[in-house]
Structures are given as structure tokens and as C-alpha cells.
Design a protein around this ligand. Sequence first.
Ligand code: GDP
Length: 615
Amino acid sequence: MKGYTPPPRMVVSNEPLPITKSITITEGISVKDLAEKLDVRAKDLISRLLMRGVFATINQTLDAELASEMARFFGADTNVITFEEQTAKEMDAALAAGEEAAPETAVRPPVVTIMGHVDHGKTTLLDAIRSTNVAEGEAGGITQHIGAYKVRITDKDSPAYGREIVFLDTPGHEAFTRMRSRGAKATDIVVLVVAADDGVMPQTLEAIDHAHAAEVPIIVAVNKIDKPDALPDRVKKQLGDRGLVPEEWGGKTVFVDVSAKQKTNLNLLLEMICLVADLAELKATPERAATGVVLEAKLDRGRGPVATVLVQNGTLNASDNFVVGNVYGKVRAMFDDRGMQLQTAPPSTPVEILGMEALPQAGDQFVVVADRDKARGISEYREQKAREAALAKSSRVSLEGLAEQVESGTKELNVILKGDVQGSVEVISDLLGKLSSEKVRLKLLRSGVGAITETDVLLASASNAIIIGFNVRPERKAQELAEQEKVDIRLHSIIYELQDEIKRAMSGLLEPTFKEHYQGRADVLNTFRIPKVGTVAGCRVVDGLIKRDSEVRLLRDNVQVFKGKVASLRRFKDDAKEVTNGMECGISIANYGDIKIGDVIEAFVTERIAAEVIA
Ligand code: GDP
């Protein structure tokens, strides 16, 4: 070996380059665009992807994580922004460059939801406002219930003359919170209707909790003041005790006495809404491309998918391309709440639109995009988001993981408390207050008497809260929803046990209360991509069985790469309930497409144990 010098080796380093720059990327960026941003050849990026086990073509889109990983390898830090942000940015840039003067941001009309106890007059009030404040010239149209409507103040003597307000047509906090739990914020102001003859009732309080949790200002409409037994001052007193102190008593809450039936003071109420809206400084940029949220969607026999979209920012134009949920479309026609066809819809306008290929869901974000080409990237982004949402659900707060969550930044534990009697609810509320520490603040979002309802679960899901039930149980539907939304419900009947559990949770000592039961496993022999379904794995069950409702983990070289649920299970062309050892089947996994030949799918069920400490 003497005198031997090894030849210089080509170093194909696996070490990332040092970070020298920072780039901004969007979800679903194409290989080509990413290469351009990184200032490397697309070829190099593709081969790097190959080394990572991803076979990509130049026009293929990458998810944010992979794109960031690649960028990091080529020495760039990434700032990932969403398509909504990207679209907004592009519009802003185009506007700034194109116009001599940058457009003023314009005041937009407020969007109002009416809440309150049943029979206190929500529907009557909505109808009364709608029928008396029709903008001139639009009166001819037939009223259409599209999920929201816009009124204009027509009283010439009013200081708010000519101003507009949008009312969402589904009163009550259920729809409100359901939207919110889907990540949509549609409401600027809540009008809380309280009947003056009946006073504050359970759903009144519930509505307040929901509005507070969403941080939306409340205006109180004390209704039915025409009734002889109306006691508007009692309502003020009752609400004052709950923190909604009337302005005339030195508080901050606006109260208006109205009669929905006799249409008394409706204009005053509208004026007050404008006033509160002014304080909130609601602004929008009409010049930009529209963004919004779906309020309602239905399949119409003749017209196909129809959705009511609340345009929240920008202006929607007939024939705009858009993405909503996972659906792509082009506005074929749009109508207002009087059935009139519109060419444009400015910010804070509810419109019914036609031209979607499939049905979106209420709460879906709506965004106008420049062209069809963007659609593919965006729909991939949406899929990614759905996956993230599924992940977020599994990272919901729960008592078991509380200590860890505190480590990673959670400082507050939101709690919803339901008990059998007012006395115990009060005792436990006090107790929770005392248990609050510097590390974790226990924040009681809502407390009340009675079973745990679907609305409680919705609120918990929207606000990332846990639910404590004391001597009460969840209603069947609430239980189902909690399982679906992964909301942690804790049932107790002994106060010190409850106290103990929370203490232990705060110090990280709570035992997990889930147990897994293994069911079986299957080898992946082949994979197929099926449009609209995603990747289907052709498998053979090699042990036990796999069920349609199994949870699964995907193992690659014995390492878990994904955990989720079976999305479909098929024998030949038919759906199967279960497939047992030795059989072949097709399996797809919900929200996951990256299945590879040689992977193993392991099926199991999770059982909840010992969580229910009811004696
Ligand atoms: P919701 O359940 O809150 O939507 O209540 P509704 O709007 O259905 O009203 C319940 C009942 O109260 C109906 O019989 C209405 O006619 C009546 N009502 C609503 N507003 C008034 C009002 O201002 N005065 C009187 N006297 N009755 C009213």
C-alpha cells in the first residue's frame, strides 16, 4: 500500500448546506417554482427528492413540509404562507403597482348573528328587520332565504341613514359555534334577544358564553316591551349581574328596548349596531379578489350545487374562478337575498352562487384565484390542511397530556363544567379557581346545570376545552360528537377525586386512559391511485382481521409512518365489513396517500378505560 494515494472522491454530501438565504413558499409549490426560488437546477432538486424516496416530475406540487425540507437542504430557510395569504399578497402587490394611488381600505358593513333563548323572538326580530328595511329599488324581488340578508337603514332622519348591515339568517348559538369549530369567523356582532316578560333564561346565558368564547361584542335587544308584564329593568339587572352592565348604569353594554312584533325601536337597534361596528373598525379592501366563507350549501335538482357565500373581503365578480373547501369552480351566476342576479358583490355581501363541481360545506373558506392552473395546487393545499386538522384534533388538550402541553407552551386549560345542581357547580367552580397555578390557569368557559349537550361539545371543540361532568353524563349525540371531535370529557361524582385528577394532570402524573387492542395485520402487495379516493393499497391479511372501522397504523420497516383510520375496505369490488387472515383486500387510509409496496398495515381498536370515574 506504500505510496498509494486514494483518488479524490466525489463527495455527495448528505449534509445540508449552511443556511444562506430565506425564501417564502406557498403550500403546493411546484418543483419548478421551488427550484427557481432556490436558484438551483430543477434536475438537482428532482434527484435530491429521489434520494429522499420521492419520485417527482418538474410540474409536481410538493407539500409544505417536503418543500421546506428540500429548501433547508439547499441552504434556505423557508417561510411558508397559505394560499389565502399568497393570493392576498399578489393582489396587494398588483394593486400597489398598477394604481397611482393605493386603494383606501373601505369600511365594510357589520355581520350580525341573533342569539337568545327559545321563543324570545329571534325569528320575529329577523323577519321584522328584513321586512322594514328593504333598500329602495330592490323591493320588487321576492324574499329568498339564502342564509343571510343585507338591509339598508332607510329612515332619512337616522344618523346612520344609508348604512348597511348583514344579518345571518340562522339564529342561535349552535350554527354560530358550528361555524367557528370549522375555523370560520363570520360574525362581527351578536344581538342577544331577551324577552322582557321572561327575563334571562338558560340559553341566554349559553349564548353569552358562546359570544364571549368567540370574542364577539354583544348588543342586548330587550324584546317584547309591548307586553303588559314586560320588565325591561329586570333584564338589565339580571344581565348586569352577569357582567353585561348597561351603559346607562356605567357599564359598556348597549341595551335597546324593542318590540319585534310591533316593530318598535328597530331603527334604534340598527343604529346601535352601526355604532358598535364603528368601534370595531371593520374594514375591507373592495379592490382585491374576494375571500369569504360558506354559510349554506345545498344540491339543487335543476341548478346543481348552490352555495351561499358571505364575501368577507374583496369583491366577487361574475365569472371569477374560485376554490372553496376541496371544490373548485367558476361563478356561473350569483344572486342576492331577493333573488336578483348580481354582477359584483362587495365586502360583507351574502350571495348565492352557482358553478361548483361539488358541494362545499358550511364554514368552508372561499377564495378567488387568478386562473384554473392554480386550482390544482390549491386543492392539494386544502387536502394538506384537512390532514393538519385531523392531526390538530389528536393534539387537542386533554388532561392526560396536560403536563406535556404545558411544557410546549399551553398556559391555559379551558374548561366547560356541567353539574347536577347549582350548588355543586358553584363549589367546583371555586375549586377550579383555587387549583389555577402560575403554570396553568384553569379558565372556566362555561358552567351550568344539566347533561352535557352537543352544544357543550361544540364549544369545547371550537375553544379547545375539556368538559367536566359532575354527576351528569353526556347525551348520546354529545358523546358521539365528542368522540368524533376528540374532546376530552371527564365524568366524576366525588369532588375530591375530581380535584385529585386535575392536580395530577397538572403535575403530569395522570395515567393514560386509552388502551389499544390489536386486531390484525396486512401486507401491502400493490398500490393504486384512484381519482377522488386517493391511494388504495392492495393487501393480504397475514394475521387476525381488519375491520371497516378499525384504526390503523402504517408501518414501514417496523417504523410507524402514519396512524389513522380505515377509509375504505373492499373485497374485489364490494365494500367489506371485515377481512380475515389469508384474504386479499383493498384498503385506503383516511387522509393519507403515501402507502408503498412492502408496507404493513396494522389494525387495532382503542378502548377508553378508567376515564369514567363515576362511582
Ligand atoms: P324564537 O324562538 O326566539 O325565534 O322566537 P319567535 O320569533 O318564534 O317568537 C316566539 C313568540 O313570541 C312568537 O309567538 C312571537 O309572535 C312572539 N313575539 C316575538 N316578538 C314579540 C314582541 O315583540 N312582542 C310580543 N308580544 N310577542 C312577540
